[in-house]
Design a protein around this ligand. Structure first.
Ligand code: UDP
Ligand code: MG
Length: 140
């Protein structure tokens, strides 16, 4: 398996409840390295562009309001097969369906306020990393 980088967000429901460290521990325990990280607060326009692929979905407006309602922590995670591995660590979108021990099973509040975002493929990982990080910020 190749060394990959994926993009992650610790969402507002989690930063509000002081869960940044607990979530980062899950990544590190699973062998993912946090190679870049910063805490930001998105504007609604920035959240809207990030989730553009969901623009036609009924939850889009609520999702964008939620994502800019409080600070988030944006991150780049690196490791062998990091994209799929992170999706495993995160668990299913709906915490009711998430496997025990996953971030969403332990921390998510609802299908919308589900604590983390993770890229779903190499192409989206590259686009999402470049949306939030300059090359010089990726120090490895
Ligand atoms: N979402 C929602 N309601 C839904 C499905 C998704 O509010 O019925 C939100 C949720 O925050 C989710 C995000 O939209 O994480 C993006 O949805 P996606 O299907 O890409 O799920 P993910 O890749 O985050 O597991
Ligand atoms: Mg997704």
């Amino acid at each position: 398996m190749a060394l990959e980088r994926t993009f992650s967000i610790i969402k507002p429901d989690a930063t509000r409840r002081n869960l940044t460290g607990a979530i980062n521990a899950k990544f590190e325990e699973a062998g993912l390295r946090i190679v870049a990280q910063k805490r930001i607060q998105m504007t609604k326009a920035q959240a809207g562009k990030f989730y553009e692929v969901h623009a036609e979905r009924p939850f889009y407006d609520e999702l964008c309001d939620f994502m800019c309602s409080a600070p988030v922590v944006v991150q780049v995670l690196e490791g062998e097969g990091a994209i799929a591995k992170n999706r495993e660590i995160m668990g299913a979108t709906n915490p009711a369906d998430a496997a025990p021990g996953t971030i969403r099973a332990e921390f998510a509040e609802s299908v919308g306020e589900n604590s983390v975002h993770g890229s779903d493929a190499p192409e989206t990982a590259a686009v999402e990393i470049a949306y939030f990080f300059a090359g010089l910020e990726l120090v490895g």
